[in-house]
Design a protein around this ligand. Sequence first.
Ligand SMILES: Nc1nc2c(ncn2[C@@H]2O[C@H](COP(=O)(O)OP(=O)(O)OP(=O)(O)O)[C@@H](O)[C@H]2O)c(=O)[nH]1
Ligand SMILES: [Zn+2]
Length: 198
Amino acid sequence: MAYKYFEEYNHKVTENLKNNFREIIQGVGEDPEREGVLKTPERAAKAIQFLTQGYSMDAEKILKKAIFKESYDEMVVVKDIELYSLCEHHMLPFFGKAHIAYIPNGRIIGLSKLPRVVDIFARRLQVQERLTHDILECLNKTLKPQGVAVVIEAVHMCMMMRGVQKQNSATTTSGFRGQFKEIETREEFLKLISSDLR
Ligand SMILES: Nc1nc2c(ncn2[C@@H]2O[C@H](COP(=O)(O)OP(=O)(O)OP(=O)(O)O)[C@@H](O)[C@H]2O)c(=O)[nH]1
Ligand SMILES: [Zn+2]
């Protein structure tokens, strides 16, 4: 297999995490022997491995598989790519949408690889700013486009369920390279991602 998609759970890692989750269950005052939570350490161990599978993936390698020569040199926009990540401070979810655009420079990329690169970097412990930057830099480096832009809009459970407990605030982060540094290009992109056309 040339590159790795998430297919199986690592037995040793699962066993390790299982023990840790059992302690967490006990630590919060629950009985780990109660029937309803008996299998929870194993389920949680697998869930957390799924949610952090990005660590075992090589984004550049995956992108390079689907770069094609093409002379199209207008903006390509993929918007509303849903994403789920874990904040590195509380290990609670943050989730929302990513919008990506690039202007080809003799090469285009398979469209599915844009959501894939989002997932590869989202499925780690992250902050929204670094997630935005990771996606941007990876596309810039592998595709070498005339320009690339990434906008992420997300809500953070650590600000909703605990802490400041604000239910209606969303965070927007963005990054621009190449031609998107120019106001006109950037505005065209922002207009395209705010339209309702699908
Ligand atoms: N910049 C940034 N901050 C984040 C992100 N996710 C969580 N945080 C913040 O990380 C900060 C950690 O601050 P601390 O004061 O160390 O942690 P805390 O006492 O749990 O903070 P509160 O959430 O304010 O209760 C908080 O302000 C979180 O809102 C993110 O993606 N980007
Ligand atoms: Zn947090």
